[in-house]
Write a protein that binds this ligand. Structure first.
Ligand code: UD1
Length: 369
């Protein structure tokens, strides 16, 4: 029996950074209790997909960068397994903390557990029920082998209990990503992001797309782009393009269709603060991201989710998120209805209050292994 003091915290890809930022900040408040090492697997590596988030969120530089890079699921996962095993053998942590649902999350959880090192999963219990999503596999596997499961919403607890996870391992702590948002929000007051992009508050929409189900199937991706071109005649749409989507657009020869458009404005991926500034003043957000559905909810901005399902049903119950799938007709009709309505009553889910990391660290401090 003992306390968890010697920690390794892992991040791998863009949606992980806003989850580890508040956690590391909170852990570093207790240097006498925790010895924390921070590892970046390098699943994402471009400056725009990684470095800018470290600067915006003031995340300390990783103690080790594993540089695994891109590849097929098998290649990427395998590279993390091999590289992270060396980290564990060298550091001998008594707890590995993983966040989210990317390939690095699952790979680091497996590596640790096979070395008999306990694992804590932050953002545990989310389920879309969609087994074609690589993230769903990552979530289920990670949760099945984690010793401490920190859930962002109560549906997460229910999902885990249903899968047979013992209740004493499950801790409902709230949403660390919202800790990050609430902490960073004051910084955007003085930012001129809208001016830079030539946009006026409330008179544009933001778009993000990167799910394989939307961008890897040519007929689907082409249909989405057509409806965006159409909608952008009614209100400008700013679209920071994910590398996966850009690659597909180039392969499919779609770039030339967009280049002539005044309304559909493409840009490279933007950092956390610019994205927050863009989302905060958008009329609505069009996205297939999980995190953006949560951020939209807390910002009180309507969200049109281009998916058939969500692992974040709490954002729908809160009133601001609508699942529309990826058919152009349903995207168009949701956008038109949000354009004609002005008042959107959106509730903030329980414990999305900026204190999730604090709750996690309090639990870690009193936990006896
Ligand atoms: C990954 C996550 C997904 C998350 C998303 C956020 C998995 C299974 N997927 O998807 O859950 O929502 O990140 O962005 O873990 N690329 C670059 N530069 C980079 C990173 C990627 O150019 O810094 C390109 C590469 O061509 C790569 C492609 O983007 O092949 C896809 O990257 P990958 O990490 O495999 O998956 P994402 O689609 O980013």
């Amino acid at each position: 029996m003992g306390r968890y003091r010697n920690l390794v915290v892992v991040a791998g890809a863009r949606p992980n950074y806003m989850k580890v930022a508040p956690l590391l900040r909170e852990l570093h408040k207790h240097p006498d209790f925790f010895h924390t090492r921070f590892i970046h697997t390098g699943q994402h590596y471009d400056a725009g997909m990684s470095d800018v988030f470290f600067q915006d969120l003031e995340i300390p530089l990783p103690d080790q960068f594993l540089g695994v890079g891109s590849g097929s699921h098998a290649e990427q996962t395998a590279k993390v397994l091999v590289a992270f095993e060396q980290v564990c053998l060298k550091e001998q942590p008594d707890l590995v903390v993983v966040v989210g649902d990317v390939n690095s999350t699952m790979a680091c959880a497996i590596t640790s557990k096979k070395l008999c090192i306990p694992v804590a999963h932050v953002e545990a219990g989310l389920r879309s029920g969609d087994w074609t999503m690589p993230e769903e596999i990552n979530r289920v596997v990670t949760d099945a082998i984690s010793d401490l499961l920190f859930t962002p919403s109560r549906d997460g607890d229910q999902n885990l209990l249903r899968e047979g996870i013992p209740a004493e391992r499950i801790h409902f702590v709230g949403n660390v990503m919202i800790d990050c948002l609430l902490e960073q929000l004051p910084k955007i007051e003085t930012r001129d992001t809208l001016k830079q992009f030539g946009l006026e508050a409330d008179r544009y929409a933001t778009l993000t797309l990167h799910r394989p189900s939307n961008v890897d199937v040519p007929s689907v991706f082409t249909g989405i782009i057509q409806v965006m071109l159409e909608l952008s005649k009614l209100l400008p749409i700013i679209w920071p393009v994910h590398p996966r989507s850009r690659k597909m657009m180039e392969q499919l020869g779609l770039m030339h269709q967009i280049e002539g458009s005044q309304g559909l404005r493409l840009t490279d991926p933007v950092g956390y603060l610019d994205m927050l500034a863009l989302n905060r003043r958008a009329r609505f957000i069009l996205t297939d991201s999980g995190g953006l559905q949560e951020e939209a909810t807390v910002l009180g901005v309507p969200c049109i989710t281009l998916r058939e399902n969500t692992e974040r049903p709490v954002t729908i119950e809160a009133g601001g998120n609508r699942l529309v799938g990826n058919h152009p007709d349903s995207i168009r009709s949701a956008a038109l209805s949000f354009l004609s309505a002005n008042n959107h009553a959106i509730r903030i889910p329980e414990f999305w209050d900026g204190k999730a990391a604090e709750r996690i660290v309090a639990i870690l401090m009193r936990f006896e292994s």
